[in-house]
Design a protein around this ligand. Structure first.
Ligand code: AMP
Length: 266
């Protein structure tokens, strides 16, 4: 299957081509047609499966088809600023030739950021990607244009519940039009997530992308250590595996910087 099989708007197809995406991933093959049909959706899929483009592409397509000005068209709620930034970057790539606007809205910035966010929300950016607390800070004043909103996406819903965002999410949803298409993605499907899905989704299309198994012959190990032991342990492991390529994942921007600094000094 190819992306061209979905008959997308030329400006959207151009963005997909420019990113070098040729074939849809399994979640995209299932999610794109269902979302284009207007179905609500619950997807169990992790980062790395292509789930971001699985919802961005059909939503951009629908916004292009029925663009009404003067309101936010789609809202993506995510647990962390890092994820908000990542989704915004993908949006910028995919929607590059479409003329649609997006804005990532997250806490932790300064007053200038807040003012820029306020402007985007007042002018009705087509798509906003937000963390719950920051969105509520904006919604408490009444400049946010949500009246014409048509799409709501909850990404990494299980993480949001773990982080205690349930109330905030419910509050945000109360500000949104009832008639909308809602999508929810979660790596795991505990009972609480099923409950949330029943509350906000109507007759959802379900997708389960099996968690991919690590390749055989790869040894997986976990070391339980205190924070201050992590860098010495990594240095030790690198010393003992000289000449091998190593890819290290960190949970935040600042821990990535700290580790890189420490390893450069070692
Ligand atoms: P995600 O699971 O949404 O975090 O996506 C993981 C990575 O896969 C991102 O870097 C995307 O740019 C990339 N990606 C998503 N869809 C495709 C596709 N159909 N073909 C190639 N790469 C893709």
């Amino acid at each position: 299957m190819k992306f061209t099989d979905f008959n997308l708007e030329p400006s959207l197809q151009e963005g997909i081509d420019s990113l070098g995406f040729e074939n849809p991933t399994p979640i995209q093959e299932q999610a794109i047609p269902a979302i284009l049909e207007g179905r609500d959706l619950i997807g169990s899929a992790q980062t790395g499966t292509g789930k971001t483009a699985a919802f961005l592409i059909p939503i951009i397509q629908q916004i292009l088809k029925q663009k009404s000005k003067d309101s936010i068209q789609a809202m993506v709620i995510v647990p962390t600023r890092e994820l908000a930034m990542q989704i915004d970057q993908q949006m910028e790539g995919i929607a590059y030739f479409t003329g649609l606007s997006s804005m990532a809205i997250y806490g932790g910035g300064d007053g200038t950021d807040f003012a820029q966010e306020k402007q985007a929300l007042t002018e009705g950016a087509d798509l906003v990607i937000c963390t719950p607390g920051r969105m509520i800070a904006h919604l408490n004043s009444d400049y946010v244009k949500t009246k014409g909103l048509k799409f709501l996406i909850l990404d990494e819903a299980d993480r949001m519940l773990d982080m205690g965002f349930f109330e905030d999410i419910s509050k945000i949803i109360n500000y949104l039009p009832k008639k909308r298409q809602s999508l929810m993605f979660s790596a795991t499907m505990p009972r609480e997530i099923r409950g949330l899905a029943r509350k906000i989704l109507k007759d959802p299309f379900e997708i389960n992308i099996a968690v991919s198994k690590p390749a055989e012959r790869i040894l997986q190990l976990a070391y339980v250590v205190h924070n201050n032991q992590k860098i010495p342990l990594i240095s030790y492991l690198l010393q003992n595996n000289k000449g091998k390529n190593v890819l290290i994942f960190c949970s935040t921007k600042s821990s990535t910087k700290d580790l890189s600094r420490a390893l450069n000094m070692a």
